[in-house]
Design a protein around this ligand. Structure first.
Ligand code: GLC
Length: 827
């Protein structure tokens, strides 16, 4: 059924290699650095296709290991570099192309896989390869350099590594140079460079498994005057200076001699990491100095990803969709679960920390494959909740410090967001549907402002451990202290109920999901239609949960709240052909036909469907209007027409030029909801059309798109923007989670419910069907879907027996596999 997937998805800079599950970049000069992530959410970093990027330990703000200069020239520097120098001719180059970009590499290839990157090239008869990864569970990374003489004469080479170390607190490293430049120093002993300060236990080490011929740790000595990373004097002369930086800019440069007969290959393993305990360094270096151990660690990393990716696999007639759903999309989802919107090529790892709204949504698509980590995240986020029910908007992972995020810049405006706490409700319901871990509702977490809140200085992970009263994370452990998750949920609902505006809709707060929708300037009257719809979805999810738990009274209450809010929306927000977006500070509607700008917003149309707010044909009309007014070949614009000038009434949105981001750009995260909404309406063709519109692997116009073609980007410039089609903010975006949910749960229709696994595909008419395997509550469901005729009607056969409806009931305990056959369409 599927096309030959290997190499089928190409653009001028690369292709997806499905067999090896790697994106292969075939030219180094990509329109932007095409990034990957290393590590499993603790020690790790970002790495580009030319080895640019940096590393950090758990927190890119306070435990940064190497430096990176955002927005600098040359771009994407520094990184994890190795220079090679031919000792006969004096010629030198970078096997990763950067930073010595002046050489024409004869062959170049970068393979980004799941949490590893391999860059290979050939230059003048020398083939070199660098593999970068973080051994699972370690606070260190490994670079494996292989150099092979593919010429027919003996070669004498020298290699020089390069990593740049600053002060661990990355803000201080940039802001307080008078102090920062005096406190970090480096020493060399027995082949290892150690960079540290005299007052912190923290030290960075850089070592290799081959005795170096020399070293340098002082950047100015290594680079030389009036030079840069493209022509360091040490590399040019081939002579390391054995510099031990007493202060200043510290680097990890080890020099090695490589003498290679024709056909001979030599390997050097570099190990770089950070620790607060010097005693751990020697054993670590001893271990990863051995190629066997490195190989085993690499295999362990791949095995861990195999397990993670094995929770859901699919074969559809669409090769790009397969590649995304089987690999890149879940890979991206894991990166967002780990790093929220904190650290990427666009997010500097300094300001944002993790977000309540964002991280809660990041759990939605990882809960099936990483439930323990998702639950840890939920604990952390619930702790950001205040007793009145609202939550902090952001948290820094290592200090546990919460805050109002960007609202902090406008202290006279509300310091809370109308949606944060409701995302947590939705995320908890999704977690419970997936896992059936209902004991979680009795699990206790203190409120941010309760008496047993954590002491300052607790790290996020320490805090989770302490709240659970355990020394390691184990979802089954009973917690001590705090209020139950169920109480937290109720307070979240109450916050919205007690913060309604004049129309009866939720007050907007600083903003709702759209950060730039800042309509409340202190009057407290601005309201969000979209948030009302989000509330409706939360009420239905909670009502379902209550049905399952036998909490009938609560269930009835949530259904009544849903009804009441849906009626309010239909009464005050229907504008004739679509739903309004919000009410402003003066009680005037936004996102309605009478406006010059922002006549229609996307979110209130999609969420009218997602929130099931009913009312005759309004849902289909709203979605038709959105299609007509907002759809473009690159995705749905967030609203139209965009504002042309700064407007104090609207604030944030109007800081952007027309067509950019929230001002009428294509906001991919919101676009994903259009896929969900179209599928919920049973519109198979349109859901699929929307799905494909922002599918990065389908964007073969790399010079227009610019962003990585293997992961979703956050936004794409809209039709009114001069750079229409240009993608920005790749990797860390809620698009990842929602496109995964949209693809797997709504188009393919395979979704967890409290009663069992639902199989209700809404697929295009010309698909003959698809196959999928889904692990759900410990059972593997092997699903074969076959189209018999038009429409979305489903008849299910489970283990050979017909089943009423679209939900596969839970099999008896002990059954490990269920075979599901779904016939779609009327005969
Ligand atoms: C960014 C933010 C997210 C917000 C969105 C829309 O993606 O990370 O929290 O919902 O912008 O403003």
């Amino acid at each position: 059924m599927p096309k030959n997937e290997t190499h089928s998805i190409a653009n001028p800079y690369g292709y997806f290699d499905a067999a090896n599950r790697e994106y292969v970049i075939t030219r180094p000069d990509t329109p932007t650095p095409w990034m990957n992530y290393l590590g499993e959410g603790r020690y790790g970093g970002i790495i580009s296709n030319t080895a640019g990027g940096y590393s950090f330990d758990r927190d890119p703000r306070t435990r940064r290991v190497t430096r990176y200069r955002y927005n600098s020239i040359p771009a994407d520097q520094p990184g994890r570099y190795v220079y090679l120098r031919d000792q006969e001719t004096g010629e030198y180059w970078s096997p990763t192309w950067q930073p010595v970009v002046g050489r024409q590499l004869e062959a170049y290839e970068c393979r980004h896989g799941a949490a590893y990157t391999r860059i290979q090239s050939t230059y003048r008869g020398i083939a070199a390869s660098l593999l970068y990864f973080v051994p699972p569970g370690e606070a260190c990374e490994v670079w494996v350099l292989s150099v092979k003489n593919v010429s027919d004469c003996p070669r004498r080479l020298r290699s020089f590594s390069y990593a740049e170390f600053g002060y661990y607190d990355a803000l201080i490293d940039q802001q307080n140079l008078d102090w920062g430049m005096h406190i970090v120093h480096s020493r060399y002993a027995d082949g290892t460079i150690v960079t540290s300060t005299q007052f912190r236990p923290t030290l960075t080490f850089f070592s290799s498994n081959v005795t170096p011929a020399g070293f340098d740790t002082d950047r100015e000595v290594f680079i030389g005057r009036c030079r840069d990373l493209a022509n360091p004097v040490v590399v040019e002369t081939g002579e390391p200076r054995q510099s031990e930086a007493p202060r200043g800019n510290n680097v990890g440069s080890l020099c090695h001699d490589l003498v290679l007969a024709p056909g001979e290959e030599q390997e050097i393993i570099y190990v770089m990491g950070v620790t607060d305990d010097p005693g751990t360094v020697a054993p670590l270096l001893a271990r990863y100095g051995q190629p066997r151990e490195v190989q085993a660690a690499f295999e362990a990393l791949r095995a861990d990803w195999d397990i993670y990716l094995g929770h859901f696999t699919v074969e559809t007639p669409d090769a790009e969709m397969n590649a995304m759903l089987n690999f890149w999309n879940p890979v991206q989802c894991r990166a967002t679960l780990y790093w929220s919107r904190f650290v990427s090529a666009y997010e500097t790892g300094l300001g944002r920390g993790m977000g309540t709204r964002d991280s809660a949504q990041d759990t939605l698509a990882t809960v099936q494959a990483a439930p323990a980590r998702a639950r840890e995240m939920l604990d952390v986020l619930w702790h950001l909740q205040f007793r009145d029910g609202h939550t902090w908007h952001q948290v820094f992972p290592l200090t546990g410090e919460g805050g109002p995020g960007l609202a902090g810049e406008f202290p006279d405006w509300p310091q809370w967001f109308s949606d944060d706490h409701l995302w947590l409700v939705l995320a908890v319901c999704a977690y419970l549907r997936e896992t059936g871990d209902f004991a979680y509702l009795d699990h206790r977490v203190p409120y941010w402002d309760s008496e047993d809140a954590p002491a300052g200085g607790d790290t996020m992970w320490d805090y989770v451990l302490r709240v659970r009263g355990v020394s390691r994370l184990d979802p089954l452990e009973q917690p001590a202290g705090g209020d139950t998750i169920w109480d937290h949920v109720l307070r979240a609902v109450d916050f919205t109920l007690t913060h309604r505006g004049p129309q009866g809709l939720p007050r907007l707060g600083f903003s709702d999901w759209d950060d730039t929708m800042n309509l409340d300037h202190g009057s407290g009257k601005a309201e969000s239609v979209w948030c009302a719809q989000q509330f409706c979805r939360a009420m239905l999810d909670l009502a379902d949960l209550c049905d399952c738990l036998g909490k009938d009274k609560d269930g009835a209450r949530f259904r009544a709240l849903h009804r009441e809010m849906a009626q309010t929306i239909n009464r005050v927000a229907w504008d004739g052909a679509w739903y309004a977006r919000a009410y402003d500070d003066d009680g005037l509607p936004v996102g309605v036909q009478g406006e010059t700008y922002h006549q229609i917003g996307l979110n209130p149309q999609t969420w009218a469907v997602i929130g099931e707010i009913g009312a005759g044909d309004r849902l289909t009309r709203a979605m038709e209007s959105a299609h007509e007014k907002l759809d473009t070949p690159y995705g749905m614009a967030l609203m139209a027409p965009p504002y042309e000038h700064s407007d104090l009434r609207v604030r944030g949105t109007t800081t952007y030029p027309p067509g950019a981001k929230e001002n009428g750009g294509i906001f991919c995260h919101a676009h994903a909801w259009a896929v969900v909404a179209a599928a919920r309406l049973g519109w198979g063709e349109r859901a699929y059309q929307y799905y494909r519109q922002i599918l990065p692997l389908a964007r073969t116009d790399a010079d227009t798109f610019a962003a990585e073609p293997y992961v979703y980007c956050g936004n794409i410039c809209g039709p009114t923007h001069p750079q229409y089609g240009y993608g920005r903010n790749a990797w860390l975006s809620g698009t990842a989670s929602w496109m995964y949910v949209a693809g797997t749960q709504w188009i393919l229709g395979i979704r967890p419910t409290f009663a069992g696994l639902q199989v209700a595909p809404v697929i295009p008419g010309d698909w003959p069907g698809f196959r999928a395997a889904r692990l759900f509550r410990g059972v593997t469901y092997r699903i074969a879907v076959e189209r018999m005729g038009p429409g979305n009607a489903v008849s299910l056969t489970v283990d050979g027996r017909p089943v009423e409806g679209t939900i596969v009931p839970f099999p008896p305990a002990g059954q490990a596999e269920v075979v599901v056959k779904a016939i779609v369409g009327e005969k």
